[in-house]
Design a protein around this ligand. Sequence first.
Ligand code: 3HC
Length: 284
Amino acid sequence: MIDKVGIVGCGVMGAGLAESCARAGLEVKVAVSRPASADAGSKRIHRSLERAVSRGKLSETDRDAVLGRISFTADLLEFQDRRLVIETVPEDEATKLDVFAQLDKVVQDPGAILASNTSSIPIARLAAVTQAPERVIGLHFFNPVQVLALVEVISSLVTAESVRERAVEFVTGVLGKQVVSSPDRAGFVVNGLLVPYLLGAVRVVESGFSTASEVDRGMTLGCAHPMGPLALIDLIGADVVVHVARALYAEYGEPLYAPPPLLVRMAESGLLGKKSGHGFYSYA
Ligand code: 3HC
């Protein structure tokens, strides 16, 4: 039974995941590399829970209980007793490989599952740095994790079927989310379709054909999307979209996946969207 979960990283996705797991009654330990990351992650979780309290979705007592189930550590050694660890560090392959190599040594229960929330790196590549690649799987959550129902479950060619079954049971039975299975290829199912659409919207703005707000108005009013593509890039982060686009381009070599120069410049300039305060729009 998966009752103790470890989350590596506490950015937007890690914090959302920690909150979701704790709200499902699990004991959650979050590993961060620096004290400042624990502060920022903890603030994210507090803000999100306050929002739920202020909307009458969560009592103050339940908020305190949720917070009581989440702890932070700077030491991955504390993950020895975890039955499931989900890695959510930035989308940098060397960093993720390093995390998996460490988890492989620390998490000794052969029945424990090592999962990655990567949106672009093949699961097989992460599994290859471990001694037990059959217990490595992709669990790809969507932002905001607390709200969106989908988790893509990605088995590599060597992931054990029993690991996939337990991961699906965790996602559906414990977290109450829904699963789409995907083969182990860049972008999986959703980003393979979503990212070319987002990049297309950037090209429309970059070429001067239309403005960000007009494109977004068009897609929200005309297609009933909850938000337009440029606002969505701001939510996901320009840096993340560039990373995923590069991974898709490297895998398929198709121009539609190549990140447009404007988006690359925004990522390089720190205009990342909501998380940095500025992107296609400003967030005071
Ligand atoms: N954290 C926690 N809860 C949040 C939240 C957040 N960041 N943002 C919104 N919510 C909650 C609100 O509390 C509210 O909950 P309630 O109904 O229980 O009170 C509910 O979501 C609706 O929020 P709002 O009324 O404030 O705003 P909207 O109705 O405009 O919804 C949105 C905001 C949920 C972000 C919606 O616009 C949306 O779903 N947008 C699309 C997001 C999307 O496509 N995400 C996928 C990105 S791709 C990805 O993540 C993959 C990666 O690999 C790139």
